[in-house]
Unconditional design. Structure first.
Length: 152
């Protein structure tokens, strides 16, 4: 595993698994912190993870927790059983920033990790967050939980 550099300015998704085995997709908005483990995979580029997830079948209805002009990315991920977090600080002033990922979409039927293709499964289970339950965590300060790489 070789640590890759932060994809500055690239809006990409990294994956994690919570204590219940639920899958979380974290949208960086080109600025949110990324756990080192998520940048170390040789299986698939972090820039390609969202596209791979969107090739999975739709398995769930969703609850959108925010009002945005184009919720397409949120909907696409959540309909595939993924809890979706976004780095919304990119749209805020420094003073208003919460410095954490925020839950933006919840699937009614979370995906079973066993149905993931092997590359996505390996990436997801390599980043377990045993102290977190996505369904109950509206805001996640990922820096407090994992060693992260920051945007420059």
């Amino acid at each position: 595993m070789s640590l890759k550099s932060y994809p500055n300015g690239v809006d990409c998704v990294w994956l994690a698994v919570d204590m219940r085995g639920n899958l979380g997709g974290f949208i960086t908005a080109g600025a949110g912190p990324i756990p080192e483990v998520a940048l170390g995979s040789d299986l698939i580029s972090i820039e390609d993870i969202e596209g791979e997830i969107c090739q999975l079948p739709v398995v769930s209805s969703i609850q959108l927790l925010v009002s945005v002009k184009r919720p397409d990315d949120y909907n696409s991920l959540a309909k595939r059983g993924v809890f979706v977090y976004d780095w919304l600080d990119v749209h805020r002033t420094t003073r208003e920033a919460v410095q954490a990922y925020e839950l933006v979409a919840v699937p009614s039927e979370p995906i079973d990790l066993d149905v993931l293709p092997s590359n996505l499964y390996s990436i997801a289970v390599s980043l377990r967050i045993p102290s977190v339950t996505f369904a109950e965590s509206k805001v996640l300060d990922i820096r407090a939980l994992l060693r992260c790489v920051e945007a420059e």
